[in-house]
Ligand binder design. Structure first.
Ligand code: AHG
Ligand code: MN
Ligand code: MN
Length: 326
């Protein structure tokens, strides 16, 4: 029989090697449990035709809870019971969520179900999270942290059973769920340097509404690469991490219907853009916003703040960043 190293064993070794406490292990156990639970719900809900879109009413006349709210409830349950989280910020809740954990030491920023347009097809969605740690020695600090302060960030691609985790200054790894429902077989992820596998990923329908400089750059570059877009950040970014290239969600500045402009981009900084930027950085890549500023440097002013995002292989991100800064 052949056995692979489990995620929990991997993380335990990591903590011991770096002389760290077990608190992070307990937090990771909560996140893993939440992701497995959401994946189970996603798969079985799909089979029962029970993925309830928000605002729908079921046959009993009750309001069905959307899968994104269910995913949030599941996540909050596990995060709360970990007893390690001070505040959580979720895409699904307007306000920051106080966890009341005495001795809590982490801030968790998460999107329990990202890529909602894929839900009714049962296609990949993401559970994205970033973790920052409270300043345990000095004065109490707030939860509005730039990505460079995160100690870890990760994503589950649901329901494919893949999990990617980046640990600060320690790299990015990918795990797969096996038949025993354990995440196993850590594989270090480094963005490939050879551009022959690189891909471009963005919503082509928005292209004519991007800044002119971005449109020109895309026109110059695109023929060199394959184009892939699923409309689910976790799935699309998963490909970029493996194959290299760039994922973009630029600002939308010249839409024929001005109401559809998104001058600050679409994606949320704290639990979408900074999460993938952190994983990409640890895998040797980079990420910038519409002004060419590194995503990990942006100090959030509020927790649902949006940003444009260019993330992927360093040479490509550097190129577009230079154009955007100019
Ligand atoms: P949401 O948070 O509403 O589920 O949005 C999904 C995100 C992200 O997963 C994806 O990269 C992007 O929005 C897709 O947006 P478009 O449909 O505009 O391309
Ligand atoms: Mn989202
Ligand atoms: Mn969401």
């Amino acid at each position: 029989m052949r056995f692979e190293q489990t995620f929990m064993n991997f993380i335990l070794q990591h903590q011991e090697k770096h002389n760290r406490t077990y608190h992070f292990l307990i937090l990771m156990d909560a996140l893993i449990s939440a992701a497995k639970h959401i994946q189970h719900y996603y798969l079985t809900g799909m089979l029962r035709g029970n993925l309830g879109l928000t605002g729908t009413v079921n046959v009993q006349g009750e309001h069905a809870m959307g899968i994104d709210h269910i995913a949030e409830e599941i996540s909050l349950h596990y995060l709360r019971s970990s007893g390690r989280v001070i505040h959580a910020v979720s895409e699904e809740s307007e306000e920051m969520i106080l966890m009341d954990a005495e001795g809590g030491r982490y801030f968790v920023y998460f999107d329990p179900l990202d890529g909602s347009s894929n839900v009714s097809h049962g296609l990949p969605v993401g559970f994205l999270f970033g973790v920052a740690k409270r300043n345990l020695d000095g004065p109490e600090d707030g939860h509005l942290r730039p990505g460079k302060d995160y100690i870890a960030a990760g994503m589950f691609v649901i329901p494919t059973g893949t999990f990617t985790l980046a640990l600060k200054e320690s790299g990015t790894w990918r795990f797969h769920i096996d038949d025993t429902m354990n995440f196993v077989k850590p594989i270090g992820v480094i963005l490939p340097e050879d551009s022959k596998t690189w891909e471009f990923s963005f919503n082509e329908a928005n292209r004519c509404s991007f800044d002119q400089r971005v449109q020109t750059w895309i026109a110059e570059e695109e023929r060199k690469y394959a184009f892939r877009y699923l409309g689910s950040l976790a799935g699309d970014f998963h490909r970029i991490l493996s194959n290299g290239g760039i994922f973009m969600y630029p600002a939308i500045v010249s839409h024929p219907n001005p109401e559809k402009n998104r001058p600050h981009g679409k994606l949320r900084l704290m639990y979408e853009a900074a999460v993938v930027a952190f994983m990409c950085h640890e895998a040797g890549g980079d990420a910038v916003d519409e002004a060419g500023i590194p995503i990990l440097e942006i100090q959030p002013k509020e927790h649902h703040q949006r940003t444009a995002l260019y993330v992927g292989s360093k040479p490509l991100v550097d190129e577009i960043a230079q154009i955007l800064r100019g």
